[in-house]
Design a protein around this ligand. Sequence first.
Ligand code: FAD
Length: 810
Amino acid sequence: MHFSASLLSGLALAATAVDAVAPSLGRAAPYSGCASNGIHNSGASTVNSPVACYPAGPSSVVGLSAVTNLLSSVTGLLGRVLGTIDAVTTTAQGVLNDANTCYSTCHTAQPTVILPNSNLGGLSLRAGVYLVGPTNVTVSGTLTLDGQNNPNAVFIIQINGNLNLAANARILLANGAQACNVFFQVGASATLGSGSTVYGNILAAVSVTVNSGSTCHGNLSALSGILNIINSVLYPQGTCNRVASAITTTSTTTTRRTTTTTPKTLATTTSNAPLVGVSVNALGNTIAVGATTTSGALGAGLSVNALGQTVTVGATVATTSGLGAGLTVNALGQTVAIGTTVATPTTTSGALGAGLTVNALGQTVAIGATVATPTTTSGALGAGLTVNALGQTVAIGATVAPGATTTCGNALAAVTVTVTATRRCGIVIVGGSYAGLGVAHKLLKTVIPSLDPKTPYKVTLISGSTHFFWTVGAPRAMLSPYPHDLSDSFIPIADGFTQYSEDSFEFVHGQVTALNTNERTLSVKLSSEIEQGSGGAMTQSFDSLVLAAGGRGPSPLYSIHGSHVLTLEAFRDLHARVPVATTILVVGGGSAGTETAGELGSTYGKTKNITLLSGTDRLLKNLRPAIGARAEGYLRKMGVKVVHNIRVESSKDGGDNGTLVQLSNGETMTVDILITATGRAPASSFLPEFLLDSRKAVVVDDFLRVPAAGPRVYALGDIASTSKGGAVDIKYMMPVAIANITFDLSDGRTGEAHEQRYLPSTKETQLVPVGRSKGVGAVFGWWTPSFFVWLIKGRTFMFPNALKTVLGTV
Ligand SMILES: Cc1cc2nc3c(=O)[nH]c(=O)nc-3n(C[C@H](O)[C@H](O)[C@H](O)COP(=O)(O)OP(=O)(O)OC[C@H]3O[C@@H](n4cnc5c(N)ncnc54)[C@H](O)[C@@H]3O)c2cc1C
């Protein structure tokens, strides 16, 4: 079978033309999203630029509050929109018109490539107009859009039906590709699974749904339906740098789209066979793209990969450029699936060819080369594979022959070897707070020194924040710096780890966005948007994993939101505004709200109108009613009004005019400052659902292991299902977690190693300062007098322990 010459040249021309034409989003470009029938948000989403709705009116925009800066508090788990919410306005009409026009431009663009795949995960696409053959399309794993260093690289992906992203799926940019040049034209609806990451614009003829924990950089258009956002972060497509000569504008105008589009048909050969999946080699043979071919079929010196490119046999080909998804090429010209374990007999008989092997990243590695451990653990040899002196790939832990023992999966030095050690050197901790810091120090100070010295263990701590936040002292320090300045509340994590060697500890500043329990890897978005700009991404493999990502509420005043800078700025903002405020509303009758109201009451007393909404029928639900009543009495004496059984439904930041608050009893009130001290939930959005309970906490067993995640995975702190929440709980979880990690790492061989069970205490324990001289609480079920609470906690808010927590000496 041959292609006709005219058809081949037609494909090449189309590719060239597309490079020059970027469809224009026009007035929709600066918008995070737009919809025709409504925008519905649930959860504490952050939308970093305006949204528009037309022709549906303002009542169709639900669960979003426009704010002038992201530090403004909103309550009731409302999403925040940094900028305007345009509904029905002429501006909104313009935005929807332009989004429709862009959709049409994308839809009518001439396809240059027809993709047969119904799942685009694992592909790396170059610039072009791609028509996806199957009607409905999924992305599971990562779809990479490779700009090949061309800022004008345009990607148009035409999908006739639905676009569904699996949980934690990622659409990423590489080599200079830009979100402003990426357009998914979706003929029906787009659904982003929880934890998805998307760079690019998604223009859906019907609706768009963004599930929890997702991050999108680009416009999301629901052209005849609803834009649903669930507890996610949206950004606009961002600055667009195009080389001037290549920018073209389109003048097409269209009306608002109300129906799905007519599916396109695939181009065919003269013999009417589909073009999908066919390539031609040097001998003129046509062969299926991506097929594993034998040497003969490809002719001399050539192979074909999943992108249909021909590659010289035996060449070491960089993964990104040469080889398509899931394939590599060996010295015999055979294609080998990336990451597969090649059986030893096949290997020794030459299947991988002289001097080359293939690892899980598709890189070829010279036989006998010693691969440095850090490279190895970061995936160079791939999960579960090592390379020995014969160039054989062997599953780690398999016995090859009697002899030496490998360390950490390095290349084996001798021909006669035994791989007996299970790889367990990389211990990764997610979370740099009470739980994460505590585990890291205990591992480095006591556990690792007690284990086999021949095994080079390394602790990697990944935290979205470079600083530890002393939440315990937050109610005092958020009103004015305490005890000296803000550096007492935010302490650099790095300071605590200079005491260990670089070989044994590494700090990674990044947000973990996904956990793959099969590959035992974490996806990490390096550095935060705010502290260092976009720092790229990495995959971190682990042999043992400790999940200590804690909890998160809607207000940055009470929990870290990615970077600590947001919380720091929220503190500064409050320091400036509290002294000049007249009315302050604190929402939440738990310990955080009660303590905050107490601090306000004892400093400003009756000079300001301070109200605390408990949200239930009393304060401090974790403690017996009499203790809550006592706290309420102290607050009332200070002049704080305590109101029960009324909740905040929504709030709207009115800038200099204060914040307009809608209450559950139908009333509204305008306050100078709204402080939201409620809604803290496990920060588990990066984890697969099957690890979580109904509260979204990580399901742990009595040993604080996470059985569903595989061996040597643990969770403790606020993220764990058996935690009641509280640094005090962590104090009791810590020895259990440490004992069981030690047990697992030593296979119980270390004399001292015993498994331990964590049995959560059922006795009430909580100390709640109420103002500068009073307090309430109980310890192990015993009621504590006010003076005791002041002495233990209210006097200093335990600030001396903040630095000790970072140093591991608490
Ligand atoms: C105002 C206030 C007062 C409190 N007072 C007390 C008290 O007096 N006594 C008490 O026992 N408890 C108190 N608590 C509760 C206590 O603060 C929490 O129990 C404790 O912070 C939980 O610690 P943690 O280590 O589990 O997680 P957190 O402190 O919630 O920290 C989570 C860490 O994980 C990181 N992280 C989260 N997600 C990711 C990700 N995807 N990737 C990378 N890093 C991530 C964060 O940056 C952070 O470093 C108080 C809480 C508040 C808000």
